[in-house]
Design a protein around this ligand. Structure first.
Ligand SMILES: [Zn+2]
Length: 262
């Protein structure tokens, strides 16, 4: 069979998120995604919580579907998407949150400069809303959206990031929270996408999403929230049982997002 690439592009996510809360899209963003518009239109959504587990490929979902049961039960839609090239973390997250192609936002390799292109964070800020990013160490999400008038919670480990995010849900102050977890990606590079430690990390990510969904249901009762499970790119196995990504191949390019209105 010929290689199949998902027809809907990651470049539509930023516009869709802004559309969900009735804000204009970032300047260079691709057009919003129809199914996300239909999911969110007229729902009165005023909050967005994006959970960003790194490197969860569509094929991992297809092969380990049962593991995703909690995510599917806490989602209204399952959305296969095609990410951008090169399919590496800073390039893909820059596209996810600006909606712009890599040649526009400027990150076209594994580097982590501050993105100057208009992003969903800028849209929120200029509309008087409060976004924040919760991320770890020197990871891409800790760096590429710096230098904006918003809060950044940069901690050491994914568990600390998730604890901080839960604390922020309880505090009930932010209109947009993006939480980055790099544990599946980190393990996958060492032991392969299906290695035992990688699958354990994936389970950890799935559990985190379920925990966030429950905390939002409990604490944000005065709000309508769009919750997303939103990886950046996929992955594939390479020689020696390790894992990699970055290529124009379905395993790396096809990802799966899940969205729910809570
Ligand atoms: Zn990544």
């Amino acid at each position: 069979m010929q290689d199949v690439f998902c027809p809907i592009k990651l470049t539509g996510v930023a516009a869709s998120l802004c559309d969900a809360v009735n804000l204009e899209k970032p300047e260079n963003a691709g057009e919003k995604i129809e199914v996300l518009h239909k999911l969110t239109d007229g729902k009165g959504i005023d909050r967005i919580f994006m959970y960003n587990p790194d490197a969860v490929a569509l094929w991992i979902f297809e092969k380990y579907t049962d593991l995703f049961t909690p995510v599917m039960l806490d989602s209204d839609i399952t959305l296969p998407l095609q990410t951008v090239m090169p399919s590496v973390t800073p390039v893909c997250f820059a596209t996810m949150y600006t909606g712009a192609e890599p040649e526009i936002h400027g990150i076209q390799s594994y580097t982590k400069p501050v993105v100057k292109t208009d992003s969903i964070f800028d849209v929120f800020i200029r509309n008087g809303k409060k976004p924040c990013i919760v991320s770890t160490g020197n990871d891409s999400m800790s760096k590429i959206f710096l230098e904006r008038d918003m809060d950044y919670f940069i901690v050491e480990t994914p568990d600390e990031a998730n604890e901080k995010a839960l604390e922020l849900i309880e505090k009930d102050e932010y209109d947009l929270i993006c939480v980055y977890n790099g544990n599946y990606d980190g393990r996958m590079h060492r032991v392969g996408p299906e290695g035992e430690e990688a699958i354990e990390a994936l389970k950890h990510n799935i559990k985190a999403y379920e925990t966030f969904a429950n905390a939002i249901k409990e604490n944000w009762t005065a709000h309508k929230t769009l919750l997303g499970f939103a990886p950046d790119h996929g992955c594939h196995e390479i020689d020696g049982g390790a894992g990699s990504h970055g290529l124009m191949m379905p395993e790396d390019m096809n990802i799966v997002h899940f969205y729910s209105v809570i």
